[in-house]
Design a protein around this ligand. Structure first.
Ligand SMILES: C[S@@+](CC[C@H](N)C(=O)[O-])C[C@H]1O[C@@H](n2cnc3c(N)ncnc32)[C@H](O)[C@@H]1O
Length: 345
């Protein structure tokens, strides 16, 4: 560290040790939004110095320590150090009443525990179990089709959904039939692009078929999804707002019914919210995965081809373009249609 930086750090430490106000600031600043943090940092030189490391820690890990590996932001095109949203490793139903009050500490020296990401809310494991009905296999080691959870059994919905072992199974976290349950285990980074905004990139080579991440966010009713889409469309036209509301429609083999899941990662989401569209289908495939005993399947991304380090991760947002004046697509594929997919929510 340079001598003047070291001197400043020593001054800050002495100042902080004698100033209960600054000690409180260290606890409070990570709970602030970027706008609030900027406003607070303008009030005094000490608070400006206390705010800086919070912003630095935020840009070093979008996942707030809630994933096995940090996912840093990199921006060489403008001055935004990071994107602000609340992090959830897997999708959740949030009460609209608490939604506006929801905050999450981000940028503190202490990391969040997975189960405290949303204080008072059940952890991923608890959410996955339906009431106290414990479903699952009783294998010690799940191997291929000997395991009742592997490959799906039963109703026609299971043909559209891949099944994995779940919370009620006899096997543990090391089971080979839980590929999508360990969180983000490949190195990723979020890089700013002039045209597309933030983009998710591989920061290591990823083999075809490997699990990359889930698309996690708020699970909405269709009514709520439609209302939010309307709001986001208005914001997009007036202020270049970027939304992340995904509607998954999985047609069941009989053709008689459709499984529909609305996931909004705009305000509460995970790294999946940074994956952009590509008209050529990109390098990720989307798979609905149900852990045995879970109420709803999760939308998961797997590498659809071998991916090189530094490659942008993309998938197709859909085939339909309802709006001829929709958002401009900058995917760069030779098959690019020029506008992003859009359909009725
Ligand atoms: C799920 S977000 C993806 C992350 C987003 N780029 C960001 O900065 O947060 C979807 C939004 O990203 C932008 N986007 C995604 N794919 C794009 C593409 N191929 N060309 C231009 N913009 C794209 C659009 O604004 C879209 O509404």
């Amino acid at each position: 560290m340079a001598p003047c930086k070291r001197r400043q750090q020593a001054v800050d430490e002495v100042e902080s040790a004698h100033n209960p106000f600054l000690q409180c600031a260290e606890l409070i600043l990570p709970w602030l939004t970027p706008q609030e943090l900027a406003a607070v940092s303008l009030t005094s030189a000490s608070l400006r110095r206390a705010s800086l490391p919070v912003a630095l820690r935020r840009s070093s890990d979008a996942s707030r320590g809630l994933e096995p590996l940090p996912v840093p932001f990199r921006n060489a095109v403008d001055s935004r150090p990071y994107a602000y949203f609340l992090y959830t490793p897997s999708s959740r139903v949030l009460s609209p009443l608490n939604d506006t009050l929801l905050r999450q500490s981000w940028g503190s020296t202490r990391t969040l525990a997975r189960s405290t990401a949303f204080p008072g809310r059940p952890s991923r494991e608890a959410v996955d179990v339906v009431g106290d009905v414990v479903l699952g296999c009783d294998c010690e080691r799940c191997e291929g089709h000997d395991c009742a959870c592997w490959g799906g059994k039963g109703g026609e919905e299971e043909e559209a959904v891949v099944t994995e072992c779940g919370a009620g199974c006899g096997c543990g976290a090391e089971c080979g039939n839980r590929a999508s349950q360990g969180g983000v285990e490949v190195r990723l980074k979020i890089v700013r692009d002039k045209k597309k905004g933030w983009c998710l990139l591989a920061d290591q080579a990823i083999d075809k078929g490997r699990f990359v991440c889930e698309y996690a966010g708020e699970l909405l009713t269709t009514k709520e999804a439609r209302a939010r889409q309307k709001e986001y469309d208005e914001l997009a036209t007036s202020r270049g707002f970027s939304s992340a509301l995904l509607v998954v429609r999985e047609h069941l083999p009989s053709g008689k019914a459709c499984l529909r899941i609305n996931i909004d990662a705009t305000k509460v989401g995970n790294v999946g919210r940074f994956i952009n569209h590509s008209c050529d289908g990109g390098n990720l495939s989307t798979v609905l995965v149900r852990s045995t005993g879970a109420l709803l399947p999760r939308l998961c991304f797997f590498a659809s081809k071998d991916i090189q380090q530094g490659e942008e991760l993309t998938f197709s947002y859909g085939e339909i373009r309802l709006r001829s004046n929709g958002l401009q697509c900058c995917c760069g594929a030779s098959t690019c249609l020029g506008i992003l997919p859009s359909e009725h929510t």
